[in-house]
Design a protein around this ligand. Structure first.
Ligand SMILES: [Fe+2]
Ligand SMILES: [Fe+2]
Length: 358
């Protein structure tokens, strides 16, 4: 399932500034929402929990963490070939998604300042952290004589509109999956230091605690709004977002096995571990979680990944458009079929186990 990268030179916007990767369904997205509707949300029943998570964020435990050690100051030409390209792509994707969080949280903080100062304060701390994360990753890119023009990205990326409910579900999940992605990689490299080819990975342990706190902030938002968990519609939406996030994760991780190989991780096992842990964690916020232990769960997700690679192959062939179109139909139908089957698999009732996991 290893996908060989077609070129060994990243595409440039201008000298030293990397052109952003082409936007697809799988690239990190930039979101906008109905800020007024969030301002109108009633948090009165959960103010003490909200204040507690905001106090945690205010403590700013990582204010001195994102300082580059002397270890960075060396020539990194030893990381070369496909490994270099795969690592640059990892840095770029991570930087883009951290920056996307920064923009959304900054805007939420700005728009809610007068209408809901408490929430605005929380979003302000979240944007502070994401700006640090994105900046640290962009600085890492400069070690490879590249950077991302974040101003250009702000102006030129497409912003996807999500209603507040979708934003809350998606951001909650992306913070928690981010936590597990960073901590699993950190723990792996801690026990296999020979694979730690660049010092960035050493920062992941405290870094992921930021993501964990961000997720906890969003957990309070979910639990404070009955309509987000206490009805049949919410249960269907939650299943949809869990599946979307897990399917996207599977496709992106398995497509980039070169990068995971380079740090000594088995992409397939890493994907399983991250999804299982995120799903378990989600039981603390969501009314239902997916049954990842079902024998078909990962088998079907991996089939979707194989289909995704087939589609890439079809798209990059020189065949006429009409031929490609007909070649793609059965592949897309197979993916939809697998996703639908996972979606319809009986979920696990998280409300029934709430006392055990909280
Ligand atoms: Fe972050
Ligand atoms: Fe975050």
């Amino acid at each position: 399932m290893v996908k060989s990268l077609q070129t060994l030179e990243p595409e440039m916007l201008k000298p030293g500034v990397k052109a952003p990767v082409k936007e697809t369904l799988l690239t990190p997205r930039f979101y906008t929402t109905d800020f007024e509707a969030i301002a109108q949300m009633d948090f009165s029943g959960h103010e003490s929990e909200l204040k507690a998570v905001i106090e945690e964020l205010k403590s700013d435990y990582n204010r001195h963490h994102f300082v580059r050690s002397e270890e960075f100051e060396q020539c990194w030409d030893s990381i070369d070939g496909e490994k270099r390209l795969a690592f640059i792509e990892f840095l770029e994707r991570s930087c883009t998604s951290e920056f996307s969080g920064f923009l959304l949280f900054k805007e939420l903080s700005r728009r809610l300042k007068n209408k809901n100062p408490l929430l605005a304060e929380g979003f302000g701390y979240l944007s502070r952290d994401e700006a640090r994360h994105a900046g640290f990753l962009n600085k890492a890119m400069s070690d490879f004589n590249l950077s991302l023009d974040l101003g250009y990205l702000t102006k030129n990326r497409t912003y996807t509109f999500f209603p507040p409910e979708w934003v809350i579900y998606t951001v909650y999940l992306s913070e928690k999956i981010g936590y597990w992605r960073y901590i699993i990689m950190f723990r792996h490299l801690e026990s296999h230091p020979e694979n730690q080819f660049y010092p960035l990975f050493r920062y992941f342990e405290s870094w992921c605690q930021d993501e964990n706190r961000h997720g906890d902030f969003f957990k309070v938002l979910v639990r404070s709004q009955g309509k987000l968990y206490d009805n049949w519609k919410a249960r269907l939406w939650v299943r949809f977002f869990l599946l979307s996030v897990f399917a996207t994760h599977t496709l992106t991780v398995l497509e980039r096995s070169t990068f995971y190989d380079s740090v000594g991780l088995d992409a397939r096992q890493y994907n399983i571990d991250v999804i299982e842990k995120t799903n378990e964690t989600a039981a603390r916020a969501f009314p239902v979680i997916l049954n990842t232990k079902h024998p078909d769960f990962f088998r079907r997700l991996e089939k979707c990944s194989e289909n995704n690679l087939k589609l890439t192959e079809i798209n990059s062939s020189n065949k006429p458009k009409i031929v490609k179109f007909f070649q793609k139909i059965p592949v897309i139908a197979s993916t939809v079929g697998h996703l639908l089957r996972i979606y319809l698999t009986k979920p696990i009732d998280a409300e029934a186990t709430r006392e055990m996991v909280c």
